[in-house]
Design a protein around this ligand. Structure first.
Ligand SMILES: N=C(N)NCCCC[C@H](N)C(=O)O
Ligand SMILES: O=C(O)CCC(=O)C(=O)O
Ligand SMILES: [Fe+2]
Length: 328
């Protein structure tokens, strides 16, 4: 099938390699500045872009999705062994229909994984998020692949934050103090096609909660939709590119200059079981995010209220599931 230029270029394409290169690489500062300006433009406009030059091989991108697919192919009983209700109501497996967005059931199943619970959270005396990540029995390489992916994605997220700092004009290292004990969230999502009679959504419209989402999705077209100038657009998946979007924390830091863009998933192509793995690169759990003075002035609107990332996340997580049980 021919892909039209309009579809292919529905999102800006950014090469992050200058921010992964050593500081003494030839002309690296110029290249970083050029990349940072493109990032700045993309964040002000759609809030979504393709990312290339990220250093992952095609195999590395595919492997994590393959592991997810192998897990989802198991029987319901096997998958339920790591159900979130057997853990901390956040980490682990959720069945089809157990994710709730805007009060409606999402048509996907998923495994959610999180950075270790910080001390401050463990001291709260609540259960939510205070467990540890499950290790399914199958596939056997699950943890090895996940751990290595988390490391790679954390490095990439940090590089992206340097680009954002430079593009915003606050300096490459501005965000570093907030990222020292940075949090992360990762979802492995399986989407069977929506039943033909269904008026439901595979994932209802929402924004993401933290800094950056690095989405590794398979090649299924017309599934992810992004709200751009009041219209839903469907970026064509490009092999070996991540789709990146800005989350709520960056929207707050920039006092709304950068958009935490609404998006949703409607996957109806029959016979395709779609896999996507978003990695959410987040600030420290206890980071207090306060709009940057420079951005407040530039935005010309009132300063947004401060947000503590972990509180924002907990508020979302506790409302995200319908598992027919009371949590604490
Ligand atoms: N960690 C993230 N961003 N997960 C997004 C999950 C889908 C939206 C969620 N049910 C909601 O209503 O927010
Ligand atoms: O599967 C996708 O393409 C997007 C998933 C998503 O938006 C999310 O999990 O936050
Ligand atoms: Fe999302």
């Amino acid at each position: 099938m021919l892909v039209t230029t309009e579809q292919t270029l529905s999102l800006p394409l950014i090469d992050i390699s200058p921010f992964l290169a050593p500081d003494d690489a030839p002309d690296v500062q110029l290249a970083r500045q050029a990349t940072a300006e493109l990032v700045d433009k993309a964040c002000r406009e759609v809030g979504f872009f393709y990312l290339v030059g990220h250093g992952l091989t095609q195999e590395e991108m595919t492997e994590i999705r393959t592991v997810a697919h192998e897990f989802f192919k198991q029987t319901p009983e096997e998958k339920e062994e790591i159900h979130i209700t057997k853990n901390d109501f956040a980490r682990g497996y959720q069945r089809l229909g157990q994710n709730i967005t805007q009060e409606a059931q999402d048509w996907h199943e998923a495994i959610d994984l999180y950075a270790p619970a910080p001390k401050s959270l463990l001291q709260k005396g609540i259960k939510t998020l205070c467990g540890s990540n499950p290790i399914p029995r199958h596939p056997e390489r699950f943890s090895t692949v996940v751990n290595s992916y988390v490391q790679t994605m954390t490095r990439l997220g940090a590089a992206m934050m340097r680009a954002i700092g430079l593009g915003l004009g606050v300096g490459e290292t501005f965000f570093e103090p907030y990222m020292q004990e940075g949090f992360w969230v990762m979802r492995m999502i399986g989407y069977p096609p929506l039943p033909s009679s269904s008026t439901g959504l595979s994932c209802g419209e929402h924004t993401d909660y933290g800094c950056l989402t690095l989405l590794n999705a398979d090649s299924t077209p017309n599934a992810l939709q992004v709200l751009s100038n009041g219209k839903w657009i469907s970026p064509t998946p490009l092999p070996n590119a991540f789709i990146i979007n800005i989350g709520d924390m960056i929207q707050v830091w920039t006092n709304g200059i950068y958009k935490s863009t609404l998006h949703r998933v409607i996957h109806s192509s029959t016979n395709v079981y779609r896999i996507s793995v978003p990695f959410f690169y987040e600030p420290a759990f206890d980071a207090r995010v306060r709009p940057i003075d420079k951005c407040v002035q530039e935005s010309g609107v009132e300063r947004l209220p401060d947000v503590v990332y972990g509180e924002h996340l907990l508020g979302k997580v506790t409302g995200n599931f319908d598992v027919g049980e009371q949590r604490m």
